[in-house]
Design a protein around this ligand. Structure first.
Ligand code: FAD
Length: 435
């Protein structure tokens, strides 16, 4: 196998971090015959946030050959229901992606899901080393070049490379953003800086239709209900840290009191039993200003992360990993062309994360819900074929964007822009904004 004693011309890649981004990349690289080594510090918490997936990930599962296993460990997800007032809901059904993408996704317990992708990478031929990797900025780089290298003790863990540094180093360290910190790479930062608490519960009814994820606008922030296997339900809240303190001194108190204060959570699940500890994560919106250098690149959260409300995190982690794998050749013969390809890759990444951010902004500032209300008023005033066609067309584009299918599609983005400018009548977006 190539990873053992690779010849001089076989590409050598070291990946730091074995989350979904690193493992997906590793699987695709190892399958190309690239000598791939992946490090993970084993510091993943037992309960990991990020359980709701989008249809754009299904083709990646198929290419990895794991869709059946994802289906077996997860719950079929037909779409997302947004509840933005006591009586107003907006259902984004993934059937809108028909003809472009599969019309469903899954909700998954993260521990099992992440292990599945890691095992897929290992069985594809990657060498996995469970230890924290240390990286250094390569000071010998010529002027203007940005190069990274493994520290001597980390390189010593890969004896088959005979002391040679990898041809390419990948930062898949998630929100730790190892390379960005080492190289002092700045980032564009969005306005949300929240805290999120969540836990798993039993004896809760699932939202309808079965498997649908529910996103609920709260007086401050928002909440999720994600159906999981074994009749479990993940419930979580995302809100400003200072406001969260008003609901209790501990994460447990804050989550419980927030659930109790909201009819779509507390009243909907009166017999709930918490069956996991409460996990706490920070929520933020961040896109790095640079994602590659002469011999390195970033993938997944290490490059950027934009808010979980529409669940783009894992999708971008895995889709970007596959895209990055496609830019890396199996041999070092065309090494000189790689930096330009990597630049093209992260420019695409930045643009796509920006498109997700743009869409999610419309949910936070209330424009989506004002458009929905205005549309409903219109359909009531002018019932009939034209209203029905318009409603379906707008629904298809919005749902298609949320599925990931149309997120970069110029027409869908233009339609959203036009609706925001001219489609809101008699309603104020700020009345539906998420504080
Ligand atoms: C509140 C919240 C809710 C979310 N909900 C969703 C959701 O519903 N759906 C969704 O798709 N996404 C969601 N996400 C986002 C999702 O969890 C992340 O986008 C995803 O986990 C990113 O994967 P990754 O592989 O890039 O990073 P990670 O999963 O963070 O993996 C990085 C790995 O690198 C390891 N590592 C770090 N430093 C080193 C080192 N020096 N050496 C070795 N290993 C190292 C870490 O221990 C870790 O194992 C949510 C995020 C938040 C904050």
């Amino acid at each position: 196998m190539s990873r053992l004693h690779p010849t001089n011309s076989v590409m050598k890649v070291a990946i730091v971090g074995a989350g979904p981004a690193g493992s997906t990349l590793g699987a695709f690289l190892a399958r190309k015959g690239i000598s791939t080594v992946m490090f993970d510090d084993g510091a993943r918490p037992p309960l990991i946030v990020g359980e709701s997936l989008v249809p754009q990930m299904i083709p990646v599962f198929r290419r990895l050959g794991i869709e059946d296993q994802v289906a077996a460990l997860g719950v079929y997800k037909p779409g997302v229901m947004f509840t933005f007032s006591e009586k107003d809901t907006l259902l984004l059904s993934f059937t809108a992606a028909r003809g472009v993408l599969p019309t469903y996704a899954y909700n998954v317990p993260r521990k099992e899901f992440d292990s599945l992708i890691l095992n897929t990478a290992i069985t594809s031929g990657l060498r996995y080393i469970e230890t924290a990797a240390k990286i250094e900025v390569d000071k010998s780089a010529t002027h203007g070049e940005s190069r990274m290298k493994l520290s001597p003790e980390t390189l010593a863990q890969i004896p088959e490379w005979n002391g040679k540094q990898p041809d390419l180093l990948i930062d898949a360290s998630g929100r730790r953003r190892l390379f960005a910190k080492a190289l002092d790479i700045k980032a564009a930062v969005g306005r949300r800086k929240d805290i999120s608490h969540f836990a798993h519960f039993e004896d809760c009814p699932w939202p309808e239709p079965p498997g649908t994820v529910m996103i609920i606008r709260l007086a401050h922030g928002w909440a999720w209900r994600i159906p999981l296997p074994d009749s479990k339900l993940s419930m979580g809240v995302v809100l400003n840290k200072e406001i969260a303190k008003k609901f209790g001194a501990t994460p447990e108190e804050q989550l419980e009191n927030l659930i109790e204060s909201e009819p779509h959570l507390g009243k909907a699940c009166p017999n709930r039993r918490r069956v996991s500890p409460v996990a706490t994560f920070a929520n933020y919106q961040l896109i790095s200003e640079c994602g590659s250098g002469k011999n390195w690149a970033m993938v997944g959260d290490a490059f950027g992360f934009v808010d979980p409300m529409l669940s783009p995190g894992l999708c971008m982690a895995m889709v970007s990993a596959e895209k990055l794998a496609a830019t890396i050749p199996a041999t070092t013969k065309t090494l000189a062309h790689i930096p330009a390809k990597l630049t093209k890759y992260w420019h695409w990444y930045r643009e796509t994360l920006g498109a997700w951010q743009h869409l999610v902004d419309h949910f936070y500032d209330g424009r989506i819900f004002a458009i929905q209300r205005s549309g409903m008023d219109m359909s009531q005033r002018y019932p009939g074929l034209i209203s029905n066609v318009m409603e379906r067309h707008i629904g298809k584009n919005l749902s298609g964007m949320a599925a990931g299918a149309f997120i970069n599609r110029p027409y869908s983005r233009w339609l959203l822009h036009m609706l925001s400018q001219y489609g809101i009548r008699g309603h104020k977006p700020e009345d539906f904004a998420i504080q």
